[in-house]
Design a protein around this ligand. Sequence first.
Ligand code: ADP
Length: 620
Amino acid sequence: MATKTKKQTEEFEYRAEMKQLLHLIVHSLYTHPEVFLRELISNASDALNKIRFRMLTDTNVVNPDVDLKISIEVDPKKQTLSIEDTGIGMTKDELISEIGTVAHSGTLELLQKMKQDNKPLDANLIGQFGVGFYSVFMVTDEVTVETRHADPDSKGYRWVSSGENKFTIEEIDKKNRGTKISFKLKDEHKDFAEDYRVKEVIKRYSNFVDFPIFVGKEEVNRVTALWHKPKDQIKDEELTEFYKFISNDLKPPLGHLHISIEGAVNFKALVFIPETGPPVFLKEHLEKSLQLYSNKIFIQDDCKELLPEYLRFVEGVVDTEDLPLNVSREVTQSSPAMAKIRNVLTGKILGFLEDWAENEKNKYEKFYKNFGQIFKTGVNSDFTNKDRIVNLLRFESTKVDKGELTSLKDYVSRMKEDQKEIYYLSGEHREELERNPNLEYFRKNELEVLLLTDPFDVFIVPSLDEYDKKPLNSIDKADLDIKRDEKEEKEALSENLANSLIEVFKQTLGDKVEDVIASKRLVDSPATLVVGKQGMDKQMEKMMKMMNTDYAGSKKILEINLSHPLIKNLGNKILADTNDAILRNSMLQIYEGALLLEGALESPNEFVSRMTDLMVEATK
Ligand code: ADP
């Protein structure tokens, strides 16, 4: 792809996707164009972190003794800005491969869509997409990057691009390690060539960069490791600023936890619970785990070993001196100190959530709405803390108002004296569940039923088996241990007649159902469908069907209400003629009506035409 122009200058074309992206960046109106500076500073800071880490074990690099810093120079007359770092630098290959590729699929589509919708493009987004470097083309027409890698035998290179279709690379003499990026500002952005403006942006976005930033001769950022300060000396604004800085989130966090542990293991941590998670398509890119520091020195980003998977929404930093630093990542990951930190940290975060659940219900519910799905998987993965996590679960329920949630503990406290089980029903949403005839018995007897509306619940709740020694049971199950109302029993069909009626039901429905039985749970409805012994939870089955379109589902048991007038009438009809068309049609209709209520009736046509026939008969 390279074509030689002059002797040492090579020319490269951007890939098609990159061209489109650049075109959008250059030709769109952005809110917050100043974030280009944050992006360049953040890249410089990454490069400085890399060299610092490398030098822990290897000092055979270019300029081993140079200060680690970022220097910004501006010239208001010439309208120019340059930013230079003493970081790890880039090799020629890196210049080609690292700069100029779109790392995340979906980026381009999203930006295009925003443009189509005529929304102003928020430059803040660019950095989150991992094309931060290119945000510089919001404020300039041409950029020069001069860089030399830290490897002792490295050479210097100059990279130039106008951000349209191509870039050039040539070899240059560069004595010092690191990278310098320089450009002339567009007229409408010439304010970035003023000291005060640059300082203002740094204060706003890059205050926590862990290396000194100089604008001219003045050092402008406060290099503070916030987590090393005593709790009472940290201001709320500082926390919010710090959180935004490390998380890329534009909103303040929902809460934070500052931990300082000394003893068998030593560490400090400053962790945050975000207000909301990142949008789904950016999840992988944005959802970073904790950052690991050793005595204020950055060791690694996205350190997954510091927290269990179900707490992966937590953001922040952990700083410990207990880890051997000059060893590989693998050894760090499997060190006993790491496991201890993880245990302590997990316990503290659970304690923090417990405190919210107890004392700040609104916050807790907000948290639960956004992160509950991830969090509850802890029930199946963290055996040590299972009980604590179970106590933090929340559900909708027939005894709490719509929109509110209850804990299992509160459910148990409301249980009736002779109630031995915890009941639940799963489905897509509350309204659907409230229509379910299986609830009738429970409503009538004032027994509370948890309404599981989150699809994840069907993986969690059945695996609980019991809570506080009380078994959890789905009220969709056929073998539920409930007593039939005596008064209704008296009014019901006689046993003989009932048995014959059930036989005719079975003949009529054939292999549509697993069985037909007399119901103990129905009050107002003539019939309902329940899950047989081998069957699985309705919600679970729906998910299976979604995942596998060939999966037909297990057969259900039809329960009929022997006290219902319709069922009683049918009982009387079989005495006359078991093949009566109205009788048979009514049975099919009862079955399909029950399916309809569950949202599982596949062909409404037959249902409606049968209903029409029945109405014709009834209106004769
Ligand atoms: P991101 O920082 O999200 O990876 P960027 O487009 O900002 O995306 O940068 C792309 C890559 O270019 C970086 O990951 C890094 O490898 C390289 N890079 C950018 N700026 C520098 C710099 N100042 N020093 C060394 N490498 C850099």
